[in-house]
Ligand binder design. Structure first.
Ligand code: ZN
Length: 360
């Protein structure tokens, strides 16, 4: 058969259309936002009203509601769990529950038994995991005045028990690297304003306290001690400042996952520096990364405004991951360009990893 120029042209045209069709099919658009299943795996709802979850259902988000030993008291932990459970009972399919222990009476006899009994009661009520917070490593003092770190042997029975119950640990250990820098050298505006308002946590002012490396190493030594622990590291494992270092950590702990909660500013900042590097990181590790915001609701403020702000943040991040639009955010100074990841990576970050880790 003689293939004429005209026939070649039609073959070429058809192949081109096929490729163009596939290429379109490979990406989500802004319009797909509400139809794609998503999860925000790090939120804090401490109110009886349902405004947060109602917005989440509209936006097709499942949620992980987390208790944290923020006040450093059992009363604080119990009170938060009460709200977490209430929210869960109202919308059992929308929520997963993470509880916490308090280190309030860490030095009292019986703390271990009390903590284990509390965890068991939470697990029996449906909690799927336990959050460990930065107060371990940064606030809790030993009897000799040094900081108690996460790998301390006194936590061993608690971790052993969590492993024996096959529950998950959500670990927020350490802080962003910015915490050890002066305010004017910090890379994101949200870190700058947080540490300006919370100087007690601004470690640049406290060189006598454990360093950034001390915090990261204590967390890693806990993982080395408990290789069977199901562990997800909140806030990009506190290695938010460099995607290559975070990739190396993923390679060292092949079962560990992270959430992006309250660290999108760090992602945007690195995107300004080197978009391809950040894009390759998400392409490679999307099955280790969960989307999260750290937003919450404590009641008191205007419910509609709270829901609108929530939607705006979720939409901002959807836009960043699915399009290549030039964007701006008050988290960083100057513009950055969206990553336009293929569907597989977007699904990994927004839902599939969360489904695996939190059991949606
Ligand atoms: Zn949080």
């Amino acid at each position: 058969m003689i293939v004429t120029k005209k026939v070649w042209f039609f073959i070429f045209l058809n192949i081109s259309l096929l490729i163009a069709g596939c290429a379109d099919d490979q990406y989500y658009s802004l319009e797909d936002y509400a139809s794609v299943s998503k999860a925000d795996v790090h939120i804090h709802i401490r109110t009886h009203r349902n405004s947060f979850v109602e917005q989440a259902l509209k936006d097709n988000f499942s949620l992980v509601n987390i208790v944290v030993d923020g006040a450093g008291t059992w009363e604080g932990v119990r009170n938060q769990f009460k709200y977490v459970k209430m929210q869960h009972e109202n919308h059992p399919d929308a929520f997963r529950m993470i509880t916490a222990v308090s280190v309030e009476d860490f030095h009292e006899p019986g703390w271990t038994e009390k903590s284990i009994a509390w965890l068991d009661s939470c697990f029996d009520q449906g909690a799927i995991g336990v959050k460990f917070w930065k107060n371990i490593g940064m606030v809790l003092k030993d009897t000799n005045g040094t900081n108690v770190m996460l790998d301390d042997a006194r936590f061993d029975p608690i971790f052993d028990h969590i492993i024996s119950r096959n529950k998950l640990v959500v670990g927020h250990l350490g802080e962003p690297y910015n915490c050890w820098l002066p305010l004017d050298e910090m890379t994101t505006n949200n870190d700058r304003s947080y540490f300006e308002e919370h100087p007690q946590y601004h470690m640049y002012n406290h060189p006598e306290l454990p360093s950034y490396q001390d915090q990261i190493q204590a967390r890693n030594r806990r993982l080395d001690k408990n290789p069977n622990l199901k562990f997800t590291a909140a806030h990009m494992a506190s290695i938010e400042w460099n995607v290559d270092s975070l990739g190396a950590w993923f390679d060292k702990y092949p079962d560990a996952t992270i959430d992006l909660a309250a660290r999108m500013g760090q992602v945007f900042y690195q995107t300004q520096q080197d978009r391809e590097r950040v894009r390759n990181f998400f392409l490679k590790y999307h099955n280790r990364i969960t989307y999260a915001t750290d937003l919450g609701d404590r009641g008191g403020n205007d419910a509609d405004q709270m829901a609108a702000e929530l939607h705006d943040v979720w939409m901002r991040d959807w836009t960043y991951f699915v399009t290549d639009q030039t964007m701006e955010s008050d988290l960083v100074n100057g513009p950055f360009q969206g990553l336009k990841l293929p569907k597989e990576a977007v699904d990994g970050i927004f839902f599939n990893t969360a489904k695996r880790v939190f059991g949606f």
